[in-house]
Design a protein around this ligand. Structure first.
Ligand code: PMP
Length: 451
């Protein structure tokens, strides 16, 4: 039996209709190097989506690998209640230097959704313990995505993941998100003054009294199709949260560590959230780890004699895992010593130029949008009216399958195709990816037009 057949006998893959695997079996990957993955037959794939956006610095980066290996010879894991270790402490010390000012307390988990759950529980408990027990609800933006555990789904807007579970979810409050491509106020990215923020203001007026916190993906709603909104919106939200004593939770799981051109997306708006969730790029995709970072003020609302029952009684077996910390330390070392943010900026400028050249006038490319090195193209039936393709056509998925034949992993978000590669990709590799993407798009769109 082939590896693919053995896989399908037992494995239930994430976020997949398993029936689709009948005509597209799983691709058996053997190894990776830089932006490339290689399957067991030796075929090369450009991992332009950074393996679910976590592979920040390329596969098998020697510095990160070395850091993990060194740790592995010393200590693989230790209970993190009452115990500590050098890697966790050093990691906090180093992160404090680069995080928005005021974020100084770190709670460790092992995946993004868990970090979100922590943030939600902390926000609720903070208010409960500071005399506002009526603040029991959460706000979130439409089209927002924060993971797939129950709490995270409750503050997620995407029906694709949440709809079926709605009867089980928390009663949350949705605020209409900015939609800069199809702006309801008729503005464009240059003329925008965040007129849409009035919707947030109205919801705060009505619901802030019962609201513990609002969670947002700062500047980039990734899963919604790499939807990008301006820093001004985030700045206004920070002020509104202060005015109404609602905690601002920044989910930087996808945006952190240079993805948006600055170390954190919040840096574009020069704000400090009350709680920040980190994962993915934190370990460069080498080990599962996440952090919920917060301020002294919030931390001290939990600090009391044990019998007062104010502790944050939340734990994960792998909290503070030393291998995870060693990977994160490796990432920080590479980011710092190899000037990665400057390299990423150069790559971003190059990619913007090339994408505009190749796709700027394409009749089915509605918008090319970018932040940092992340670039996305929204495919539409009609560029002028921005009319979307019929979702039943699965245009994005067709292009994905076509591009895979030529060795490009262009896993789409609906009809949005995007590049979110390791920051260390080279211009030549970007060109190669653009070439394959263009060919795949032309093949699929010509076929669709004919039918
Ligand atoms: N928040 C955001 C913004 C994300 O992009 C993701 C993952 N795509 C998550 C939360 C959930 O992280 P995880 O998949 O590690 O649970």
């Amino acid at each position: 039996m082939s590896l693919e057949e053995r896989d399908l006998k037992y494995v239930w893959h994430p976020c997949s209709q398993m029936k689709d695997y009948e005509d597209m079996p799983p691709i058996p990957i053997e190894r990776g190097k830089g932006v490339y993955l290689y399957d067991i037959y030796g075929k090369e794939y450009i991992d332009i989506v950074s393996s679910w956006w976590c592979n920040l610095l390329g596969h098998c980066n020697p510095v990160i690998t070395e850091s993990i290996k060194n740790q592995l010879d010393k200590l693989e894991h230790v209970i993190f209640a009452n115990f500590t270790h050098e890697g966790a402490v050093t990691l906090c010390e180093e992160l404090v230097q680069v995080l928005p000012k005021g974020l100084t307390k770190f709670n460790f988990s092992d995946n993004g959704s868990a970090a979100v759950e922590c943030a939600l529980k902390m926000a609720f408990q903070y208010h409960y313990q500071t005399g506002k027990p009526e603040k029991i609800r959460f706000m979130y933006l439409s089209d927002g995505y924060h993971g797939e555990t129950m709490g995270a789904l409750s503050v997620g807007a995407m029906d694709l993941y949440a709809k079926i579970y709605k009867p089980m979810l928390m009663d949350t409050i949705q605020i209409e998100a900015p939609d800069c491509y199809r702006c309801p106020h008729g503005k464009n990215r240059k003329t925008c003054q965040c007129q849409c923020f009035i919707k947030a203001e109205k919801m705060f007026e009505e619901y802030a009294k019962e609201t513990a916190g609002i969670i947002v993906e700062p500047l980039l709603q990734g899963s919604a199709g790499m939807r990008i909104y301006p820093p001004l919106y985030l700045k206004k939200l920070r002020s509104l949260c202060d005015e109404y004593d609602v905690l601002l939770i920044a989910d930087e799981i996808a945006t952190g560590f240079g993805r948006t051109g600055k170390m954190f997306a919040c840096d574009h708006a020069e704000i400090t959230p009350d709680l920040m969730c980190l994962s993915k790029g934190l370990t460069g995709g080498y080990m599962p780890m996440s952090l919920t970072v917060t301020t002294e003020k919030i931390y001290h609302a939990f600090y009391a004699d044990y019998n007062e029952g104010k502790a944050f009684m939340h734990s994960h077996t792998y909290s503070g895992n030393p291998l995870g910390c060693s990977a994160a330390l490796g990432v920080l070392k590479v980011l710092k010593e190899e000037n990665i943010l400057q390299i990423a900026q150069k790559n971003a400028d190059y990619l913007s130029k090339r994408m505009n050249e190749e796709f700027g006038n394409h009749k089915n490319v509605g918008e090319i949008r970018s932040i940092g090195l992340i670039h996305a193209m929204e495919l539409v039936e009609d560029k002028g009216s921005k009319k979307p393709f019929d979702s039943g056509l699965r245009v994005g998925y067709q292009v994905y399958k076509e591009a895979l034949k030529d060795g490009l992993i262009l896993r789409p978000l609906g009809n949005v195709l995007y590049f979110n590669p390791p920051l260390t990709i080279t211009p030549q590799e970007l060109d190669k990816a653009i070439g394959i993407a263009k060919k795949a798009m032309d093949t699929c769109l010509t076929l669709i037009e004919k039918n």
